[in-house]
Design a protein around this ligand. Structure first.
Ligand code: ATP
Ligand code: MG
Ligand code: FE
Length: 336
């Protein structure tokens, strides 16, 4: 069963053709990062305009690359939240138009469910499982008892991990988004500053990254005033060590608390080399019976393939949307 999937929640216009929720026939990703770099973040109006320019081209490319036509498709899936409302509406309108014109049902998909289901493109999921969702806007531990069921057992109380990376990157004079570059710098330095590990000992699965961000800003600001120059590699390494230690410690604890068979690490920050390495080591040492799935880097960032993977579950349940489906910028996981 082939699904055409459309993703436009932020600054990537992406269209994919996915077979049975597990095989990628095509996954076109048009990134707008260059246009947003000079503003130091995503400008919603600029994002919407890019989506309008790219969406039709991406749909055509996705079909061509997959070597299929609309007649071969079973459904059209689309991200309807969370994300930027203007950006979401472009993908949503295109999906509705395509579905209506080709007499196909519409599958409404949560962007965060998509990030988790990127793992399905790597190997079959076995439940119950735990997912650590770490992205630009979210940092959550999600317990999944079965397909399509999401229970947030812990989340950030303030900044998301990716957001902290991007803010700290700005202080280091790096361009947006700076997660990847901090990761590279961190591998050339050592943890010399010993930043706080917020909430690491607390008996819950929540996170906090704003204190770390402030500690980082204060340290660099004070050094600047004394005319001192701190080594950016060691700063990056110290920041990253704090983020990773908290993420790994709480995730391992969550996997010991819930009866999980698999752990999925997903979202843009899951591309982080240090996080991938340290999570792998911790799982091996502490809970070797839990299978770790981390999608390849190209499936960690925003893409439509992951939306197609999540959509297959909804297709089995015939969870079709009406043509009146609206974008929901703050969409949360639904209880079912
Ligand atoms: P959300 O998915 O929560 O709606 P988003 O879609 O904007 O937010 P993603 O595209 O999933 O977020 O991830 C982007 C984030 O990932 C950015 O904050 C970026 O800095 C971060 N990131 C990308 N690569 C790395 C890396 N190697 N190390 C750390 N962070 C990274
Ligand atoms: Mg993005
Ligand atoms: Fe995302």
């Amino acid at each position: 069963e082939l699904i055409l999937a459309i993703e436009s929640s932020c600054d990537e216009t992406s269209v994919a053709v996915i077979e049975n929720g597990e095989t990628i026939l095509s996954n076109i990703v048009a990134s707008q990062i260059k246009s947003h770099k000079r503003f130091g973040g995503v400008v919603p109006e600029v994002a919407s305009r890019h989506h309008v320019e790219q969406i039709t081209i991406c749909i055509e490319e996705a079909l061509t690359e997959a070597n299929v036509t609309a007649k071969d498709l079973r459904a059209v899936a689309v991200t309807y939240g969370p994300g930027l409302v203007g950006a979401l509406l472009i993908g949503l309108s295109a999906a509705k138009a395509f579905a209506w014109a080709n007499d196909l049902p519409l599958l409404p998909i949560n962007h965060m469910a998509g990030h988790i289901y990127a793992a399905r493109l790597v190997e079959p999921l076995e439940f119950p499982l735990m997912a650590l969702l770490v992205s630009g806007g979210h940092t959550e531990l999600v317990y999944m008892e079965k397909d399509g069921s999401f229970e947030i057992i812990g989340e950030t109380r303030d900044d998301a991990a990716g957001e902290a990376y991007d803010k700290v990157g700005r202080v280091l004079g790096l361009s947006y988004p700076s997660g990847k570059e901090i990761d590279t710098l961190a591998h050339q330095g050592t943890d010399t500053y010993n930043f706080p590990r917020a909430m690491i000992k607390e008996d819950n699965f929540d996170f906090s990254f704003s204190g770390l961000k402030s500690a980082f800003i204060n340290l660099t600001h004070n050094a600047e005033q004394r005319g001192e120059i701190l080594d950016p590699n060691n700063l990056a390494a110290s920041f990253q060590a704090s983020v990773i230690e908290v993420l790994v410690t709480k995730t391992i604890r969550a996997c010991k608390t819930y009866p999980v068979k698999q752990l999925i690490v997903a979202g843009g920050v899951a591309a982080n080399r240090g996080l991938r390495e340290q999570m792998t080591n911790a799982i091996e040492q502490e809970i070797p019976n839990v299978r770790l799935i981390v999608p390849p880097v190209r499936l960690c960032g925003d893409n439509a393939a992951m939306i197609g993977a999540a959509a297959h579950v909804e297709l089995q349940k015939h969870h079709f949307a009406k043509m009146s489906l609206n974008a929901d910028p703050s969409l949360a996981f639904q209880h079912n």
